[in-house]
Design a protein around this ligand. Structure first.
Ligand SMILES: [Zn+2]
Length: 327
């Protein structure tokens, strides 16, 4: 009943069959309909209001004891193109026309949709399942490379007999710069597989710069020299076009699950991301129901770095046997 009302596939829902609920913290993005929001999480609007007294406006963090965990939805604003109608836009984004009208009550009152006007859509994240397993023992088994030793520092270092990142459920942008230390390559291959398997995310995953086979300088990067760095484009929403993403093209909930999966390896030193996006990542974690401890543990690894707007940069620790590896 719920699934049909929402137009969400039943398979995507994760009902809490045992009667438990998951506490999520949902940051209001503005324009949500509370009834719809409550319904999506399997509670009544009255219960939602009871748990969140006072004004419910944009930026307010709602506490929701969710009984079902649908893929969280992200807000998208679009501009109506020439001769575009409700049906065209609804069809293009895979939502019911009736819902599109409900999300945009003012425009829906007009007889015709005006070219150049703005419509709001609420689109589901591609991360269908969360949380991830508690530890990495449940991650897919990938053979650990037998070579690839990090020497020196990320900004001034090299790589002895770098291990190539094996093919996997991801796109390697440049083969010649997809080498790393044994530990780094092993984790990247496992985490990306685990991320897909656990969340059901089926969009493209791009692995950008790692290191050259022998490390050393990799223009235009300053680091990426010692085989411990990897750039990964943030997971994208289906409507994203092109490689470089705008902030509203990023699937933030999937991004959270991805960073969370990396941190679970226990070997991540730091994840770089632009400050304002760091906030969005955190919010996505809370909306997925990650508890305070988990959010704190993950965010402790995420550090501001200018320019990291469409990708994350993950740096791994030195392996125990890499005696010449430095931070
Ligand atoms: Zn980088």
């Amino acid at each position: 009943m719920l699934a049909t009302a929402l137009g969400v596939g039943l398979a995507l829902l994760a009902p809490q069959v045992d009667g438990h609920s998951t506490r999520i913290r949902y940051t209001m993005q503005g324009g949500e309909q509370l009834g719809e929001l409550a319904e999506a999480y399997g509670i009544s609007e009255a219960a939602l209001r009871r748990a969140n007294v006072g004004e419910i406006a944009r930026g307010r963090v709602l506490e929701i004891d969710a009984r079902v965990l649908p893929p969280p939805r992200q807000k998208l604003r679009i501009t109506v193109g020439e001769r575009e109608g409700w049906a065209d836009i609804a069809h293009r984004h895979g939502v019911a026309e009736q819902r599109l009208r409900r999300w945009n009550p003012k425009q829906a009152q007009r007889r015709r949709l005006r070219t150049g006007s703005t419509l709001v859509l609420w689109l589901p994240s591609g991360a269908h399942r969360y949380p991830l397993p508690a530890d990495t023992s449940g991650f897919p088994d990938v053979a650990k490379p037998e070579h690839g030793e990090s020497v020196g520092r990320p900004h001034r270092g090299r790589l002895i007999d770098g291990a190539p990142l094996p093919q996997g459920p991801y796109t390697i942008r440049f083969d010649w710069q997809a080498f790393g230390s044994a530990l780094t390559v092993w984790h990247v291959a496992r985490v990306l597989r685990a991320f897909r398997a656990e969340t059901g995310f089926d969009g493209e995953l791009f692995v950008g710069a790692m290191s050259r086979r022998s490390g050393r300088r990799l223009s235009p990067h300053r680091s990426h020299q010692s085989g411990r760095d990897v750039d990964i484009r943030l997971p994208a929403m289906p409507h994203a076009t092109g490689y470089k993403l705008q902030a509203d093209e990023v699937d933030w909930h999937a991004a959270w699950a991805l960073v969370d999966a990396f941190v679970r390896t226990g070997d991540v030193k730091v994840v770089f991301l632009e400050r304002k996006l760091r906030r969005r990542l955190r919010r996505a974690g809370l909306a997925l129901g990650a508890g305070d401890d988990r959010v704190a543990a993950v965010m402790a690894k995420v550090r501001h770095s200018p320019g990291h707007t469409a990708h994350i940069h993950v740096r791994f620790e030195c392996a125990a046997n890499e005696t010449a590896c430095r931070d």
